[in-house]
Design a binder for this molecule. Structure first.
Ligand code: ADP
Ligand code: MG
Length: 311
């Protein structure tokens, strides 16, 4: 057991906000990110990868909405499953090619991952996560009648908001762990996983999205990973991020991380879930968590870059 690294890829590793969202771009960025992950394979780590899916799931919903009457619409849980397939394919092929270029061969598989959430999670009463297309005023009336909570974004229009409940348990966690032990590289829990609720032992998909960093932490614990790598677009977590007292953090204990989180340094929806996920992982027996960029991964593994969190 052990010697597995769980690597959570931030949205930036696959698609950048400032450029046209195309499949070609996703392959380009993913290939670059995979090149940085090669060193983990070369160092003998077993790998499980997770990833974000915000833009991709948004576009799947747009296609579903615009094709109404011609193709059947997909609920959000199905859109998340589709995004896991789409991004899983991009990662599988990109990583295969990068490994091949380095003379390495590893089986790589994507596992569609269902993540159990509590149907009484308070998040269901307070949907906060905007998702999918923007709608004009006249559509908003119809959508509200459908029961969709909407939020208004100035200059863009109305947008659906959905709940972001906490991940409780990963249905496919055990098989992901077994595959990783057999040196299979696994891509799982993409987009935080397909949210499902459990009712009398049965599963049912729900309209929600799960935070990918929190789901990654739950998966990391479930597979007894040693290392949790949260790769994003900043090299280090910071205190007073972007403010006058901005201070990059090199090393944090769980106690320090919790203290700074309480002081409000890590906002919800960006750095907050990364630090929280890292803390959960370390409290459950993980040895080390690192927040950094794909580019800084090498030095960060040697303790020379990134924010390293330890128990
Ligand atoms: P990802 O797709 O990798 O999850 P996020 O946008 O959710 O990316 O989180 C990374 C972002 O968090 C950074 O780009 C940065 O702007 C923001 N951020 C907020 N607070 C902090 C902080 N205290 N330290 C570093 N980055 C922070
Ligand atoms: Mg994020």
């Amino acid at each position: 057991m052990g010697h597995t690294a769980l690597v959570a890829l931030g949205g930036h590793a696959i698609l950048r906000k400032d450029e046209p969202p195309t499949i070609a771009r996703q392959f380009l960025h993913t290939r670059r990110a995979m090149r940085h992950l090669l060193q983990l394979v070369q160092q003998g780590w077993g790998l499980v990868l997770t990833h974000g899916n915000g833009p991709q799931v948004g576009h799947i919903l747009i296609r579903s909405e615009l094709a109404r009457g011609k193709a059947y619409p997909v609920p959000l849980s199905v859109a998340v499953a589709e995004s896991e397939g789409e991004i899983g394919y991009v990662i599988q092929q990109s990583l295969y090619n990068e490994l091949a270029a380095a003379g390495l061969v590893r089986p790589i598989v994507t596992v569609l991952t269902q993540v159990v959430v509590d149907k009484d999670d308070p998040a269901f009463q307070h949907p906060t996560k905007p998702i999918g297309p923007f709608y004009p005023d006249e559509d908003a009336v119809i959508l509200r009648r459908k029961g969709w909570p909407l939020a208004y974004a100035e200059g863009h229009g109305w947008r659906r908001v959905v709940a972001s409940p906490r991940p409780v348990r990963i249905i496919e966690g055990e098989i992901v762990g077994r595959l990783a032990e057999q040196e299979v590289i696994v891509i799982a829990a993409g987009g935080g996983g397909i949210p499902v609720v459990e009712e009398r032992g049965r599963l049912r998909g729900v309209d929600a999205v799960i935070d990918k960093d929190l789901a990654s932490a739950v998966l990391a614990v479930s597979i007894h990973a040693e290392l949790l790598l949260l790769l994003t677009d900043v090299r280090k977590a910071a205190l007073d991020y972007g403010g006058p007292g901005h201070t990059d953090l090199d090393m944090l204990t769980v106690a320090q991380a919790e203290q700074y989180a309480r002081e409000g340094h890590f906002p919800a929806g960006s750095m907050g879930p990364k630090v929280e996920g890292a803390v959960q992982f370390l409290k459950a027996g993980g040895r080390r968590a690192i927040i950094t960029t794909p580019e800084a991964l090498g030095p960060a593994l040697d303790g020379l870059d990134g924010t390293v969190l330890v128990p």
